[in-house]
Write a protein of this length. Structure first.
Length: 137
């Protein structure tokens, strides 16, 4: 297979796998840590108006979803790519970081969560994934 095509498909696969993991974790989060009473997490508008009801525990699964989604996406890309594995894994981290920035701008969240999420869930997880998958030969 053409290396450019393989690298492109690896990036798309990483985005898809990372997004699936992210969404699965978000979907199960409400059954493990139920949202606060009166919170509407079914729509963006509902989240915006009831975000003030959320406590620190309610931000655990969104952080894990962002971190694990980025990790699995970057690992998938690094494993499937023909070459430039490290660069492409970091591209996945940057892609999910951009999504995180959009999320932070769209939904009000506590400043501590914004800082922790943007600093530790994306680029560090992509870096960890590439370190675990791209061994020195």
């Amino acid at each position: 297979m053409n290396p450019v095509l393989r690298n492109t498909l690896a990036v798309f696969a990483g985005i898809i796998v990372g997004s699936i993991f992210n969404m699965c974790i978000i979907l199960i989060s409400g059954s493990i840590i139920p949202p606060p009473k009166g919170a509407d997490n079914t729509t963006m508008e509902g989240l915006k108006t009831t975000m003030h009801l959320f406590e620190a525990q309610h931000f655990l699964f969104p952080f894990l979803a962002h971190a694990i989604g980025t990790f699995t996406g970057a690992a998938t890309t690094a494993l499937l790519a023909f070459n430039h594995k490290k660069k492409l894994a970091l591209v996945i981290g940057a892609f999910f970081l951009l999504g995180g920035i959009v999320s932070v701008c769209s939904l009000p969240s506590p400043m501590w969560f914004t800082v922790v999420d943007l600093l530790f869930a994306y680029i560090p997880m992509a870096y960890l994934a590439l370190k675990l998958t791209c061994k020195k030969r």
